[in-house]
Design a protein around this ligand. Structure first.
Ligand code: FAD
Length: 459
């Protein structure tokens, strides 16, 4: 029986000394063998229930098993325009839905995707897609994260003239400025942007719509405007001591490191070197902070979360083929990050305006019969202090920016602060700004779906 390969990382003591990608690329022979684990199911849940892009996973797995990388690439690239991003950073919803997962490890689809796309690049199979005919219509895309890039590529392929406006110095959104280099090498983004430019897509960076250029100006000068502006507003923790020196948002910290790595900044705006780092928020952003703090030379790194520790295996509340709620231990956690659950923060502590720690208490969770946490209850006499010189707030994002283009274009918001499109006036919204903070693959899938609406509306 062929078992799934689990160790796909560079050794921890080596990788913490640099910001290069932590995952290795499997050899084609290893992937060929792994793909023999795929049953090419009659009803492929990986494709139907798992992948938001609708990747035809069993078919490219089969081609990979045969070592037919060109066919595998053709199948993959038909449904996914940027598999080089997802193969590095997607949590692989497809693997959560893989039939093998019922009683065994799922097929390693993401690693297969990586070998397919990187083989395609190496062989020159990935080419700029220039439309055969231009339809004479022009579309402005605001924001160049994965959803904006996906919309731009899809619209360009459909024959529209596309210009992407981006507030940052370089395109990529959170791919470039949020996700650490050790998960996604930024040369992977540059390589894609270069192809997009060759295909005729224009990029205007350092341009904030709503400030440098009005949203109304875009509406007057383009046939449609696509907002792909993400969710820049991070959730804050407004407890006493919030203004102490040493409490920062996770993105401030992560962005700083990525900009230094890229040469955009010379010094780190927030530096963890020699500090006791506490990350509040137990999700992926927090895990990225841990890996970054460890590489910066933090004295210690701890991550706390108010929610209970997830079960080691799939929770009954998320039965297959749903994405499993279960404990996830990232490569960063394994590099030296201590974790605690059921921790609620009460007040930041400091001396002379400088952070020294946080007072916390423990909570117990009332749960459903399936183990799903419902309500936290404070545990008596559990108040204690966690000492820290740097606290990073990684508690998610509160929705789209109410200012800027959303205000200019008088867009309405959902109850959860997502932008509502206004197709009547040819204003569309894609990605996190409309769905709420999510995943790269979902942001791209949302753009894919919306582009179909745009094509229909502007026909
Ligand atoms: C630290 C971190 C790590 C993550 N890791 C992962 C991961 O490993 N895997 C995964 O699948 N997802 C991950 N995510 C989530 C993922 O990055 C997002 O879901 C995804 O980037 C959303 O894409 P988007 O295009 O909607 O928005 P964004 O990527 O946020 O891009 C929005 C862009 O719009 C620009 N913009 C905003 N306003 C304006 C304006 N007025 N004018 C011009 N430009 C503007 C911004 O500068 C930005 O470039 C992570 C998120 C964070 C914060």
């Amino acid at each position: 029986m062929i078992e799934r390969i689990h160790d796909i990382y560079r050794p921890a003591d080596e990788r913490v000394r640099d910001f290069n990608e932590v995952e290795v690329r499997l050899a084609p022979e290893q992937v060929r063998e792994q793909m023999l684990r795929c049953h090419n199911c009659g009803v492929p849940f990986c494709h139907g229930a798992g992948c938001p892009l609708g990747n035809v996973i069993p078919d490219f797995n089969s081609a990979a098993a045969d070592g037919d990388w060109l066919t595998a690439w053709r199948i993959l690239s038909e449904t996914s325009f940027f598999p080089e991003f997802t193969c590095r950073i997607c949590p692989a919803l497809c693997e959560g839905a893989c039939c093998n997962g019922v009683n065994d490890d799922p097929v390693m689809v993401r690693q297969c995707e990586k070998v397919i796309v990187e083989t395609a690049f190496e062989n020159g199979w990935v080419k700029p897609v220039v439309p055969a005919v231009r339809n004479g219509k022009r579309i402005a895309v605001v924001g160049s994260g994965p959803s904006g890039l996906y919309a731009a590529e899809a619209l360009n392929r459909a024959g529209f003239g596309v210009k992407v406006f981006e507030a940052n110095h370089k395109p990529g959104g959170l791919l470039r400025y949020g996700i650490p280099d050790f998960k996604l090498d930024k040369r992977v983004i540059d390589r894609r942007i270069s192809l997009m430019r060759q295909a005729g897509i224009e990029f205007q960076t350092d341009c904030r719509i709503g400030l440098d250029v009005a949203g109304q100006y875009l509406l007057r000068n383009y046939d449609a405007v696509v907002l792909a502006t993400g969710t820049p507003c991070a959730r804050d923790l407004n407890i006493p001591g919030r203004d102490l020196d040493g409490v920062h948002f996770a993105l401030e910290f992560l962005q700083g490191q990525n900009r230094v790595n890229d040469g955009e900044l010379r010094t780190l705006p927030v530096n963890a070197k020699g500090k006791r780092v506490l990350i509040i928020g137990g999700g992926d952003t927090g895990s990225d902070c841990a890996g970054t703090a460890i590489r910066q030379g933090a004295a210690s790194v701890k991550q706390v979360e108010i929610m209970p520790m997830p079960p080691e295996t799939r929770s009954k509340s998320t039965p297959w083929p749903a994405w499993p709620w279960m404990l996830r231990t990232s490569s960063s956690h394994k590099e030296g990050c201590e974790r605690e659950w059921n921790v609620a923060s009460d007040r930041f502590l400091g001396e002379n305006g400088v952070l020294t720690g946080v007072e916390v208490h423990s909570v117990k969770w009332e749960t459903t019969s399936e183990g799903k946490p419902l309500k936290p209850v404070a545990v008596e006499n559990s108040t204690r202090v966690i000492e820290a010189d740097l606290i990073l707030l990684a508690m998610g994002f509160s929705g789209a920016d109410p200012k800027g283009p959303a205000a200019d274009l008088q867009l309405k918001f959902t109850p959860r602060n997502g932008l509502i499109a206004d197709p009547e006036h040819h204003v569309y919204t894609v990605g996190d700004c409309t769905t709420g903070a999510s995943l790269v693959v979902r942001a791209m899938a949302d753009a894919k779906k919306t582009v179909q609406e745009i094509i229909r509306d502007l026909a």
